[in-house]
Design a binder for this molecule. Sequence first.
Ligand code: GLN
Length: 290
Amino acid sequence: MYFYNMPVVSAKSIYQQVFDTIESLYGKREAGSLAAAYLFDRWHIDRIKLSMNLELAIDDRMLKSDLRKLQQGMPLQHVVGFQEFFGHKFQTNHHALIPRPETEELVEWVIETISDLPSESILKVLDIGTGTGCIPISVDLAYDYLECTGIDISEEALKLAETNAKRLGSACSFQKLDILSNSLEKDTWDIIISNPPYIPESDRSQMHKNVLDFEPGLALFVSNEDPLVFYRTIAQKSSSALKKSGLLFFEIHESYGNEVRKLLSDEGYEDIELRQDINGKDRMLKAVRK
Ligand code: GLN
């Protein structure tokens, strides 16, 4: 059987084509899981359908074009156009960091913390360096008494975040702001969150081509001389922008847990808590502005 550009192919043969295309880039293990994820995200073929080796008519041009992009090292999320994060599908593109699982853990901590706060009045939440908007949108969608805002230096990232909010039905708002040079409004926020750039330039050489070529360096890297510049600036500006007893949440580089903790305590924050991610690495901090 053959429809125009819609040949009938077996699930396993698509899997094999994807696997063969990316094996040399990612190695056997990761290529296998990426090929399975591709089948599901693009063609709704789950592992059961794959093991049954279902036959299906697919758009051959789309498959060929996807294979070309994967071969160039384009991340799967950019090929299929989205990444699932905290149960929501976020559109991705090369203007913002692809939402990461460690950031889901940070969002989980924020959401868990909010459930213990009084809910009589609206809580104002700010995310600094919002990228796709995955942090404030996920937090916003978890409760109906929050007013969430995301800021970013990149207009393209803000457009993406706005699209994501609209598609996911969140009223989260977005504004352009460069946190290193602009100030924040005083006594305004109940919660400030940030996953700022934190990878020292010196780590660049150990990173995969699919990150370096397809994700914005602006969202990832900081200079070796001052890797904590965003943490210091955000901690300082937040200490006046947060309301009394307001909370600051950070995602951090695994090597800087104690340094960021010290920076927060020098800045006058209290009840500072450092948490590890699922891989046992120091990954996030919470602090209270007294
Ligand atoms: N966690 C991301 C990574 O390791 C980096 C995020 C960031 O720089 N804020 O790729």
